[in-house]
Every structure is written in C-alpha cells, then in structure tokens.
Design a binder for this molecule. Structure first.
Ligand SMILES: Cc1ncc(COP(=O)(O)O)c(C=O)c1O
Length: 381
C-alpha cells in the first residue's frame, strides 16, 4: 500500500515531523518495565511540566487526544454533575458530547463560529456547576479563548476548570498553574511535532481532590492509576514505547530551541498568515484579537468552495491545507502553522494558495500578499 509521503502538512494536525523524531520512531522497540523506560518517562514528565508550565505531573496516555479529553472529564466528575460547556465549534461540541455520554448534566454556552466566549457572560451563567469545560484553542474555527479569564470565572463560581488544549499546547504559552486550570488535556500530533498516538493529561490539586469522590466509570483512562504507575517509572498498560522515545526527542528539540522562542515563532507565523489574508483581500473567520497562533481559518471567497481549493493546492503543489468541518465545510479553509513549521514552508503554502485562488477566479496580488506575510513575520518575532 503506497501512501503519499511527499506532502507538506499545513493542516492543523497531524503535522510535519523533524528528522530527529523520524529517526527515533524507526529505532527498535524496548521494554516498558525496565530502568531505561523509567528514566525516559521521568524525563518526559519533567519536559512536559515545563511545556504545561505546571508543578503537577503530566500523565502520558497511549491514545489520541480525545483520550485525554475523556480522562479529564471522567476522573473528576460524577454522573448527574451539572457542567457548563463552551461550544464555539466542533471540538467544544465534542467535549459536551463526551461529558453527556458519561452522564453529566450539560448546559451549553454556544458561541458563534469565529467568536470567543465573553468571559463576563460565562461568569453570569455559572451557578451551581461542578465544572466549566472549554477548548482553549478551537481548531475548527481558529479561535483562541481568553482561558485565563474563563478559568477565573470558573474558579470564582467554585467550578473545576477543564481545558482542551489538544491543538495549542506547545505552540502557545498556556501557564496552567498561573491561570488556575485544574485539568488540561492535550495530544501529540500538533505542536509537539509527533505523529498521533499519545495524549497528555495534567491534574492540579483541586482536581485530585475531586477525583477522590468522582464516580464516572473509568478503567483504561484512570488517571490515579497512571499517577501511581508514573511514581514507579511505569504506565499501567503497555504504552507506545516508540512514541514515548520520540516524545523525549521532541521535548529536547523544543527545550533546546527555548519555549519562549517556540511560542514566539508560532506567533510570528500566525502574524504572517493573517497579514497575507488581509493583504490578499480575504477575510479571517475569527475576530482578530482572538485569532489562534497555531491555525488560521479563512473565509472562502464568494463563489468558491474550499473543497476545490484544498484539492488544487494538494494536487498542483503537494501541500495539504484543510477545509472546514461540519457547517463550515466548503465555507472556510484552514492553514495550520504549528510544530515543525518555519517561515519558508508557510510562504510556499501561501504562494500556492494564492495561485490556486486565482485559478478559481479570485483576483489577488501574489506579491502583495507574500510581502505582507514576510513583513508581519519579522514584526511578530
Ligand atoms: C481542539 C481539539 N480537541 C480534540 C481533538 C481530538 O483529538 P484526536 O483526534 O487526537 O482524538 C482535536 C483534534 O484535532 C482538536 O483539535
């Protein structure tokens, strides 16, 4: 079976892999109950704590990001608990669905696609809720929530704060402890420069307290068991050892670059992408102050469908960008600029996208768009 492996992945995950990570993934498997693994998982925990900006352990699960989102919910809640879920797109909806499927009594705070939740309004809706759930970076719309203000609203109302950072952790500074996030879920295939297959869950002190009485069913995603195993340098079940080896390499790369530099690079790339959008005569989906640093969502120009644009960019340039999901299918396209991503790859993508937009009949000036992107990148650094 041949799979095209020549595509530049400019989608919001999976993302391109650095050669060091690919090399690590190609090495032999190894035993997960030995001292090598214990040293590796301890080093990964240390590195993840820096990325999550927390004093708490970051538990490593062998699953996709949704496993950590599920774990974040079932380890602190009981069936019948009232929760408030911010829904501003597909992944907010999914958080609510997961909570409901385990018996939570879900109140939804639905936000228009492209808008962030107004923290004051969230505050006014919180009353007697056991938890506030939100997606810090809504990948389907390119919106970054004001997570610090949402967390403050949740805490002031006595609610646990549960955040999905699957697409943003590593690419954006999310100081979990300083912001008061109680449970934080993430995944490997976005800003961590790894393939899909690992998920990360951070639980703070208030979350562990809630865990003592939380009754939602859990087995594979029992974080207390994961924490107990971590203290012995293990995981409860056979983990994906190759991925954890690669995680060690990816964390070394991130810490070697310096987390501030990593976050600055993502910010500059996002700046460049947004400047290209505006200089090209296109419109952002997200309101600008809440635009994400890791993915940019752009409205399809009148009379075009992003389905055609995505195919043309892939077939003619070997670059993969994304269309919209759900109701936004065809109506937006999304450019991921996260993880192993530099200015040259982004500029190639923007050039290819401009050319194909022209091919679809949209009048845009290639040079003006690219010049704006270059200038904005420099300004964003
Ligand atoms: C914000 C967000 N949450 C959750 C998920 C689900 O992650 P996974 O597909 O790894 O289970 C994604 C995946 O794109 C995401 O972007």
């Amino acid at each position: 079976m041949m799979i095209a492996d020549d595509l530049l992945l400019m989608i919001p995950g999976p993302t391109n892999l650095p050669p060091e990570v690919q090399e690590a993934l190609g090495r032999p498997a190894f035993y997960h109950r030995g001292s090598d693994f214990a040293a590796l998982i301890a080093a990964c925990n240390d590195g993840l704590k820096k990325v999550f900006q927390t004093e708490n352990d970051v538990l490593i699960l062998t699953s996709s990001g949704s496993g950590a989102v599920e774990a974040a919910i079932v380890n602190v809640l009981s069936p019948g608990d009232r929760v408030l879920v911010v829904e501003g797109g597909k992944f907010g909806e999914r958080m609510g669905e997961i909570a409901a499927s385990f018996g939570a009594d879900v109140d939804k705070f639905v936000v228009e696609a492209g808008r962030a939740a107004d923290p004051a309004e969230v505050r006014s809706r919180l009353s007697g809720h056991k938890a506030l759930l939100f997606v810090q970076n809504e990948t389907s719309t390119g919106v970054r929530q004001d997570a610090d203000l949402l967390a403050a609203a949740g805490r002031d109302a006595g609610a646990l704060v549960i955040a999905d950072t699957v697409s943003s952790m590593g690419g954006m500074s999310i100081p979990c402890d300083a912001w008061g996030l109680d449970v934080v879920a993430s995944g490997s295939q976005k800003a961590f420069m790894l393939p899909p297959g690992l998920a990360f869950a951070m639980m703070g002190a208030r979350a562990w307290e809630a865990n003592a009485t939380a009754k939602m069913p859990r087995s594979y995603f029992d974080l207390k068991a994961a924490k107990k195993s971590l203290e012995k340098g293990q995981t409860p079940f056979t983990p994906n050892v190759s991925m954890i080896r690669a995680l060690g390499v990816a964390l070394d790369l991130m810490l070697g670059e310096g987390l501030d530099n990593v976050w600055r690079r993502h910010h500059a790339l996002a700046n460049a992408c947004r400047a290209w959008v505006k200089a090209s005569g296109l419109d952002l989906l997200a309101d600008e102050p809440h635009c994400s640093d890791v993915v940019t969502a752009v409205r399809s120009p009148e009379g075009t469908s992003s389905k055609d644009l995505v195919s043309r960019v892939r077939d003619n340039h070997r670059i993969l960008i994304s269309g919209g999901q759900g109701d936004l299918a065809g109506k937006i396209f999304r450019i991921g600029h996260m993880g192993c991503c530099q200015l040259d790859g982004l500029l190639r993508t923007l050039e290819a996208t401009s050319l194909e937009l022209q091919g679809l009949g949209f009048a845009t000036d290639l040079a003006v768009g690219l010049d704006a992107a270059r200038a904005a990148y420099k300004a964003g650094l």
